[in-house]
Design a protein around this ligand. Structure first.
Ligand code: DC
Length: 208
């Protein structure tokens, strides 16, 4: 079974995806890490995230087996990832890896922005996870505080709004709910409620 999860930053899609993968015995790929790794390679080489040549070279040479997930989860890398991910050649260089991951037994949960629309248009179940921007900013600021990182809520909210705008309005594979995706709004749900709602969606929609 292939489950496609898309949605904006801090919507809860990462947590829901991990929990769905564990529940159904599937592999899990956080595809945001691929774009974050490209962005970090560009930043580490002293280039700007909108340096198209550097980003394409980094995407082409990417080795997803060697990710340092903690280093990729910073706000600076996330912001840079939203620039490199708008470059069509960067996206194209990462398609095969994602499709192979999805096609490998026993199946997978992939989360990102274009999984249901572009990477796995034939996924068995598609869920679009969202939440009000203020709630997403509150969750993200709490995560930063727990990790000992800076991030006051107003700044996080401003960043989230900017990122939503860039991710939704780019021409290459923008953030968009697939026509056949089920909407899961987690604004008023805690983690357990969101996971239970996602499992109920899979049970109702999976192909038998
Ligand atoms: O989900 P995230 O915050 O780790 O994603 C980081 C950036 O990568 C985000 O701004 C948009 C981009 N991204 C994308 O364009 N397509 C994906 N499938 C996943 C992430």
């Amino acid at each position: 079974m292939i489950i496609a999860i898309d949605g904006p930053a801090a919507s809860g899609k990462g947590t829901v995806s991990k929990r769905l993968a564990a529940h159904y015995g599937l592999r899990h790929l956080d595809t945001g890490l691929l774009y974050r790794a490209v962005a970090k390679t560009v930043l580490d080489s002293g280039k700007k995230p909108d340096d198209t040549e550097a980003a394409i070279a980094a995407a082409t040479a990417l080795d997803p087996a060697n990710f340092d997930e903690a280093a990729l989860k910073s706000a600076v890398v996330g912001e840079a990832a939203s620039y490199v991910s708008a470059i069509p050649e960067v996206r194209a260089a990462l398609v095969a890896y994602q499709r192979d991951f999805a096609a490998t037994a026993p199946g997978a949960v992939l989360d990102g922005r274009d999984i249901g629309t572009v990477i796995c248009p034939d996924a068995d179940v598609k869920i679009f996870v969202t939440a009000a921007p203020e709630v997403r900013a509150h969750r993200r600021a709490k995560e930063y505080a727990a990790a000992g990182k800076d991030g006051d809520e107003a700044t996080v909210l401003a960043d989230i709004r900017k990122r939503d705008e860039r991710d939704s309005n780019r021409s290459a594979s923008p953030l968009k709910q697939a026509d056949d995706a089920v909407l899961l709004d987690t604004t008023n749900l805690n983690v357990e409620q969101a996971v239970a709602a996602a499992i109920a969606i899979v049970e109702r929609n999976k192909k038998r």
